[in-house]
Design a protein around this ligand. Sequence first.
Ligand code: TTP
Ligand code: CA
Length: 367
Amino acid sequence: MVQNRVIMLADFDYFFAQCEELRNPSIKDKPVVVGVYSGRTEDSGAVSTSNYVARKFGVKSGMPLFLAKRKLEGTDAVFFHVDHEYYEQISSRIMNFFKGYVTKLEQVSIDEAYLDVTEQVQGDFEKARNYAQEIKNNIKTQVGISLTIGVGPNKLIAKIACDNQKPDGLTIVKPEDAKNFLAPMPVDRLLGVGKKTTERMQVMGIKTINDLAGYDVQRLIESFGKVLGIYFHNASNGIDNEPVVEQREAESISKIATLKQDTHELSLILQKTDELADYVYKELTERNLNFKQVSIYAVMVDLSGKSRSVTLEQPTKDKGVIKKNVHTLFERFLAESPLEIRRVGVRVSSLGKEQPQQKQLTSFFST
Ligand code: TTP
Ligand code: CA
């Protein structure tokens, strides 16, 4: 028997605004608006997003800021300028977390990713429910961000399931329920069905996804061409074979820092590199990766850069191994180089992942 795929779409709730709440916890119950300010006048620009408190007052993404201000008049609303760099940092922490839970991860935007967890839950949708809940709980406790997850037998269903209940939602659509789940929805819920197509379908008597699913595929092909006709037929029947496409793993994880003072003294250097090793190790564990190579990097007082590496016999996840090798590498390096050092770096590379089937579900959450 061919195993069901189990695909999740994770979408972070009111993302930019939630990031602002994360670093300013006191604003959580107030309307929060994140805007792109054009700078022409104090209020010119548009709303990027807002929290759900602000949405209750009618604030929407894309709305002019002056209008959002008007809607929130008399409230203790807080407005922020977008801070992309900060949101990217939070996003990549969460994406890195996901990598520990999946066989394949496809990031689609700053706040959305598809997770293929078929192997982790052995194709079982009840297990998938617990697994998704654990992912949600863990991201909430470890990063502080709430997210919504839709689970389905393919990307199409996962996406629509995700939109079904927000924020902090979890919707599971089993393969046998997929068709009924889609049936009553208007056709424009399907990706690729925009305003024009909706109008054309309306003329053909197609309003719901169910109408589309029952429509003769040959006639769909005549109206929309072969590629779209077949796509509409399949999508409305809950069929989607698009794989979750994994992005390439970063080849290394590294961190560099400037020393408090230029020095040639091993103990001062090791103080700093131990901190860097902690950072690198944290990122490794978040992404559930092991490494086979450890390197050091040094920027000398004359600003020349030098590096040294060691390759291990076996991949490992051990923090002690990073520190021990960094110590040895610096010890040797200082012996052969008389110049003082200004900046130091630690890098692990030849990264890999344990085979997912060797893991128990719970071991993903044990760190
Ligand atoms: P969305 O996922 O569409 O929205 P959201 O995360 O704010 O809210 P939710 O998922 O709970 O409905 O967009 C993700 C981020 O993209 C959003 O936080 C801000 C940004 N964005 C804009 O800058 N402009 C826009 O018009 C939209 C829709 C989003
Ligand atoms: Ca979102």
